[in-house]
Design a protein around this ligand. Structure first.
Ligand code: NAD
Ligand code: LMR
Length: 332
């Protein structure tokens, strides 16, 4: 029997990421190729005409899974009945800025949209915040939507996770699909810690640790980390716009693995509400290694953290605590 359509909200849908993301959702890349969807696209009035153009293109593409499109500048209409909300709306940083430099513009958007989601979305709506500063926007959304379960509010660090897989695959000249279990700890910012301590590569002789195959700790502990940390800035420098197709694709990966489950023996990175695991302060949205089953993620427990990693986990937690304070000061 055909499944009932799922309503998926994309905010900022007339923007760059939105334009890459909505056709992926309509093709089943996010929720599965047997899952019909109704797209809810929100943008602000100056972008209304462009948003309508995106709607026209969605109709023209005749996606078999797409059962309806709501294109609106009304946040209540956009949020009504949605089971998945991908929050992309906001302002991207430009060359020379850190992601927290867009804080004052973006956190107030997340405060006001929290209320609309809380009142009008489906009770168990899963929320993914993409707009920067992603972790702190998600935290603000969580705090101003207290009736949404805290486990349902997440932010995107899967792009950083995928970037780390890509770097290892290039370095070792192996298929990216054979590399697994990198971890992005902390903030989606230049203090994030891309960690390969537990990462492996599939070889004909079984899974081998990335550290053994790369055999160059100096590269893994410096250049690899900074390349992943700075990749967003490198894309902005090259394109003059921030990453869009990789962000959209990673957003689909994030929701797909959350809803449909992570493959056996594999974890992914998600920004989630910290419960104090790995001595990360509770009450921050922090990126952890997670697995997911039956639509519920859990933090992978018991991984060893050496002294080098500990310092990096703490540094990015410190930045998130400072961002939290700054966000509140922007809201008052
Ligand atoms: P963009 O400027 O092309 O698009 C953003 C869209 O949001 C615009 O159409 C704008 O009109 C809309 N918008 C602004 N305020 C809004 C509001 N209150 N409600 C609804 N829509 C609103 O930007 P983009 O390149 O698509 O990037 C979007 C965001 O995603 C930025 O904050 C960017 O920094 C962030 N980003 C995050 C990641 C990540 O990995 N977490 C990756 C790439 C980009
Ligand atoms: C990215 O990582 O590409 C995005 O967060 C955009 C940015 O500002 O770096």
């Amino acid at each position: 029997m055909a499944k009932e359509p799922v309503r998926v909200l994309v905010t900022g849908a007339a923007g760059q990421i939105g334009y890459a993301l909505v056709p992926m959702i309509a093709r089943g890349i996010m929720l599965g190729t047997d899952q019909p969807v109704i797209l809810h696209m929100l943008d602000i009035p100056p972008a209304a005409e462009a948003l309508n153009g995106v709607k026209m293109e969605l109709v023209d593409a005749a996606f078999p899974l797409l059962k309806g499109v709501v294109a609106t500048t009304d946040v209540v209409e956009a949020c009504t009945g949605v089971s998945v909300a991908v929050m992309v709306g906001g302002f991207p940083r430009k060359e020379g800025m850190e992601r927290k430099d867009v804080m004052s513009k973006n956190v107030s958007i997340y405060k006001s949209q929290a209320a609309a989601l809380e009142k009008h979305a489906a009770a168990n709506c899963k929320v993914l915040v993409v707009a920067n500063p992603a972790n702190t926007n998600a935290l603000i959304l969580k705090e101003f939507a207290p009736s949404i379960p805290e486990k349902n509010i997440t932010c995107l660090t899967r792009l950083d996770h995928n970037r780390a897989l890509g770097q290892i695959s290039e370095r070792l000249n192996v298929q990216v699909s054979d590399v697994k279990n990198v971890i992005i700890w902390g903030n989606h910012s230049s203090t994030q810690y891309p960690d390969v301590t537990h990462a492996t590569v599939k070889t004909p002789a079984g899974d081998k640790p990335v550290r053994e195959l790369v055999a160059d700790d100096a590269w893994l502990n410096t250049e690899f980390i900074t390349t992943v940390q700075q990749r967003g800035a490198a894309i902005i420098k090259a394109r003059k716009f921030s990453s869009a197709l990789s962000a959209a694709s990673s957003a689909c990966d994030h929701i797909r693995d959350w809803v449909l489950g992570t493959p056996e023996g594999t974890w992914v990175s998600m920004g989630v509400y910290s419960d104090g695991s790995y001595n990360v302060p509770a009450g921050l949205i922090y990126s952890f290694p997670v697995t997911s089953k039956n639509g519920e993620w859990s933090i992978v427990q018991g991984l060893s953290i050496d002294e080098f990693s500990r310092k990096k986990l703490d540094l990015t937690a410190q930045e998130l605590s400072e961002e939290k304070e700054l966000a509140y000061s922007c809201l008052t």
